[in-house]
Design a protein. Structure first.
Lengths: 823, 127
């Protein structure tokens, strides 16, 4: 990677300093992204990981020798000779041979089933072997070791142990307390961690069967991955007589020159100031320094901040500045939440002025801001603990923070892009993240700075007065949330009133449904009253779903999917009478298609007489609460999921929201009702119910996340009240709960705080508002059926109410009708 | 002998003003045709267009939502939300889409009349 970066840097200087580049590589493919090696297991191909294709090298005039390592350097004649016998002369030679896995000298490393974790070939061998393995182990609890453990989990080896020699995981990045939290988190994901274990021998005859530790304990395992650190690849340099360190590494100066001034060394094979830099960002910096020095500039390498943030198996881990600052010279503020599995530590100077470094586990949202505060020696606020708690309290956002940074602040440390450079690019008209990535390269490597880059774009545009507010449309200069608050304060009840107070023009197909939905969510009045009928989206206006050809479909509510044979027969009779196509929906109800507009009130009159009510399939409203049969019949069922689903569906029926709402209740962990794919889903546990929220199917499926565990029915309903009302009040138009959560500052932790801990102090209000909506519920189809004026609106021709649309055409398929295909 | 074709507007009675919902539309039957009639109550303006949305040939425009874009009155088809100007019938959301036929509307004594072209054929001998 570092060698490739060097080529890129030289190409960038090509017009000023033309040079001829020759690259030798030991591996069979061009340089690839080793940082994201684990993503190979997620389905990325080796080609996806390439930093540049072989064509790129050709296009830039670079001669590339793959699978052909250099074996000998002739410093006197300035030539190199490769394994295949190629001899090339050089003016300058750059050694970027990287590192190899350090394999501890434990007997038995040559047994079958023992792998190292370093190259794509290693991964391929592991993958081929994995189907034979039922248990796995990884030696090394550092960054790469945990990545390797994830790889084993991904390969289907559920029983995987991580073995670390020292007393904690990631000993170079985090402290004991942080490690304990991380271990708990990992354990919940199925990864067992053994610390303080010294492996003495690898057991097994031919293939590995287990590990013998120095404390005489034994761990049985079928596969072992060794990831115990790195060893610089300095053998070539050593053979050429270059100076190397006592524990390996090619000695370099500030210009990355080795003891031979015509030979440079960069990346993980270089030893600078007694230190090997095993991260990509400093490697890239070294490439820049070497390229600049060769082309006659005077940059130098002065060491590098080893701060790092990463997601380990879904757990955020970050460490920055000096994470273990000496307690003599600093104070530490520590925040630990064992329930959520978060640990945060910051070290500040004894005078409380500056931040020295810290550790974040479980939630690293504040990482960028804290890192910048450390690097730029920014003076801390009066209560430095706000740095840790601010983000989760939802009061201060990172957006406010970026403006305080000096222009020199390094935002993207991989690509060396400063705040000033990003802001300048925004000023020059690059106003999207993609644009900024293209023109500055910021955020293109590890991606860790992306949120900050986004904040900078917004802040810079705002400063230019260019920031576009998230308004509804040209008729209302407010966001949906602002509109809701205004309409509530003034107790407005119709679209016309809202337009008079806060809008201009006549409204349009964007703002009308938004306002109509807000009115329904606030008051739950009959939606066709007060002139609001023409503000409804067309399906809501006719309380049915328009289908191809202009006919409508009818969906009666069948709460929980439970229906008596008698009612089932009535649906059949009505379907026959009005010649409707019938189909079972995905939400356990029955859809009747092909109804003429003027037949709708008649159909509903019959349905209501039989005890049915509107299913709101036409509205951005609660649709169905699906259920499995539950404990009444099922031999696995823990609770009566049908009864609870009916209760939930009857509570929230008719509830209008920014988008449709779906729910489900499963009677046990087998989850037959698929509750985890719903906006809110409930699963029975031994002790009560688990409540999941913010899932959806559709084009971008997303699993719901656990909001609360083992709660009783009353608590569950209270939490759903709060959750739904909070969503209704704050979401953008046509935003499902999953997307809403994805955009919510502070995410699930914040939402859990609002709903469970009442962090905003609004829980009682949310519950009261929901109760009012529940109390105001009326079946809107019943109101239409009983009101002649409303019924009149369901005719196709105003001047010939008895006539149906003569252009409607049906065809026949499998003994039912279907809409004629449109053009 | 040649024939001169001239057109003139003939007005037919559509419905009473109270039949049309405020800020919405209805469909009017005229012979074998369907005409969408719209009432903008806030500015007391009436518009009429063909009821057929040219996009997917659906008889649906009268059920669409009305509104304005920069003061120009428009209707959005309920099927795919294509929007059309009620002034001249052109599609506002897709330049390649066909335009709507528009019709003049007049109100006399709370009655709505829509104007349609009447083709008058006159032999030049009669002139």
């Amino acid at each position: 990677m570092v060698g490739y970066k060097f080529c890129e840097k030289m190409i960038a200087r090509h017009s000023l300093h033309p040079s001829e580049l020759v690259v030798f590589g030991e591996e069979p493919r061009p340089a690839y992204d080793r940082v994201h090696l684990t993503s190979w297991f997620d389905g990325k191909t080796a080609d996806d990981l390439l930093l540049a294709t072989a064509e790129w090298y050709v296009e830039n005039g670079i001669r590339l020798h793959l699978g052909d390592p250099v074996l000998r350097i002739d410093r006197e004649n300035k030539t190199v000779q490769s394994h295949k016998g190629v001899v090339e002369s050089y003016d300058y030679l750059v050694i970027a041979t990287g590192s190899a896995a350090f394999v501890p000298p434990v007997p038995g490393m040559d047994k079958k089933g023992v792998f190292i974790y370093r190259t794509i070939e290693d991964l391929e061998m592991m993958k081929a072997f994995a189907p034979n393995a039922r248990s796995g182990a990884v030696i090394g609890g550092g960054l790469l070791g945990l990545e390797a453990a994830k790889a084993l989990l991904d390969l289907g080896i559920a029983n995987t142990h991580v073995i670390e020699f020292s007393s904690r995981l990631m000993p170079r990045q985090i402290d004991d307390q942080g490690s304990a939290i991380l271990q708990n988190k990992l354990a919940s994901l199925g990864l067992k961690v053994l610390t303080g274990k010294n492996t003495r021998e690898i057991l097994g005859d031919d293939a590995i069967t287990g590990l013998q530790f120095a404390d005489d304990t034994i761990l049985e395992t079928d596969i072992l991955v060794v990831s115990a650190g790195i060893k610089p690849r300095d053998e070539l340099a050593k053979a050429a007589g270059l100076t190397t360190g006592p524990r390996g590494g090619i000695l370099v100066n500030e210009q990355m020159q080795t003891s031979d001034p015509f030979i440079y060394s960069i990346g993980e094979c270089a030893l600078f100031n007694n230190m090997i830099y095993g991260l990509v960002a400093p490697g890239y910096e070294m490439a820049e320094v070497a390229a600049s020095h060769i082309t006659g500039e005077a940059k130098s390498f002065t060491g590098f901040d080893m701060s790092t943030k990463l997601k380990l198996i879904g757990v955020d881990v970050a460490s920055f500045g000096d994470p273990f600052a000496d307690p003599e010279s600093c104070h530490s503020i520590v925040f630990e939440d064992k329930y959520k599995g978060t640990y945060k530590r910051i070290n500040i100077t004894t005078d409380g002025q500056f931040l020295l470094g810290g550790i974040l586990i479980g939630d690293a949202a504040a990482y960028n801001m804290l890192l910048q505060t450390t690097r730029n020696k920014m003076v801390l606020p009066a209560n430095p603990e706000d740095l840790l708690l601010g983000a989760s309290r939802g009061t201060s956002d990172a957006g406010a923070g970026v403006t305080a940074l000096p222009d020199e602040a390094m935002i993207c440390s991989c690509e060396n892009v400063s705040k000033g450079a990003i802001c300048q690019a925004v000023t020059d008209g690059h106003e999207t993240l993609d644009d900024i990535k293209k023109c500055t390269k910021a955020g293109t490597c590890c991606g860790g700075c992306t949120p900050m880059v986004k904040d900078l774009i917004t802040a810079t545009m705002k400063a230019q007065g260019k920031y576009i507010r998230n308004v509804v449309c040209e008729h209302f200069a407010y966001s949906r949330q602002e509109m809701l608050d205004l309409i509530k304060v003034k107790s407005l009840r119709s679209f016309d009133e809202v337009l008079d107070h806060y809008g201009e023009g006549e409204g349009c197909e964007v703002c009308k449904p938004v306002v109509a939905s807000i009115l329904a969510s606030l008051w739950n009045d009959m939606i066709l009253d007060k002139g609001n009928d023409t503000a409804q989206d067309s399906n809501d206006r006719y309380l049915a779903n328009i289908q191809k050809g202009g006919t409508y479909s009818v969906v009666p509510r069948i709460p929980g999917g439970e229906i008596t044979p008698e009612k089932l027969s009535i649906i059949g009779e009505i379907g026959t009478k009005y010649n409707l196509y019938t189909k079972i929906t995905g939400g356990q109800r029955i859809d009747l298609f092909g109804a003429h507009l003027s037949d709708l009130p008649n159909i509903w009159e019959e349905l209501i007489a039989a005890g049915f009510e509107s299913g709101h399939a036409y509205g951005k409203a609660l649709r169905t609460v699906k259920s499995c049969v539950g404990s009444t019949w099922c031999r696995f069922g823990l609770h009566d999921s049908v009864s609870f689903a009916i209760r939930i569906e009857e509570r929230y029926r008719g509830l209008r929201a920014p988008h449709k709402l779906k729910s489900a209740v499963s009677g046990c962990i087998r989850e037959c009702a698929e509750a985890q794919s719903k906006d809110f889903g409930i699963i029975a546990t031994e002790k009560g119910w688990n409540l999941y929220v913010c899932g959806n199917g559709g084009s971008k499926p997303q699993h719901a996340q656990l909001l609360a565990a083992d709660i009783d029915s009353e608590t569950c309903i209270r939490y759903i009240d709060r959750f739904l009302m909070f969503y209704i009040k704050t979401a953008d138009p046509l935003t499902r709960t999953a997307t809403w959560l994805n955009k919510l500052d502070g995410g699930m932790d914040y939402l859990r705080n609002v709903v469970l801990n009442d962090s905003l102090g609004i829980a009682a209000q949310l519950e009261a508002e929901m109760q009012m909506l529940v109390d105001n519920y009326k079946c809107e189809w019943r109101e239409v059926v009983e009101n002649p004026e409303l019924r009149k609106r369901f005719s196709h021709f105003i001047n010939a109410p008895e006539d149906k649309d003569p252009t409607v055409k049906f065809e026949t398929m499998r003994a039912q009708k279907k809409a004629a295909e449109w053009k | 002998m040649s024939t001169i074709h001239t057109t003139t507007t003939s007005w037919f009675f559509a419905c009473n003003t109270s039949d049309v919902p405020t800020n919405g539309g209805v469909c009017v039957k005229y012979k074998e045709e369907q005409i969408a009639l719209f009432y903008f109550a806030r500015r007391n303006e009436w518009y009429a267009t063909q009821n057929l949305c040219p996009h997917r040939q659906q008889m649906a425009l009268s059920r669409g939502m009305t509104g304005t874009v920069k003061d120009e009155p428009k209707v959005a088809c309920p099927f795919h939300k294509k929007t059309f100007s009620l002034k001249d019938g052109r599609c506002l959301s897709d330049e390649t889409e066909c335009s709507l036929t528009t019709y003049p509307v007049k109100i006399v004594d709370d009655k709505v009349y829509i104007g349609v072209d009447a083709v008058m054929e006159m032999a030049d001998a009669q002139i």
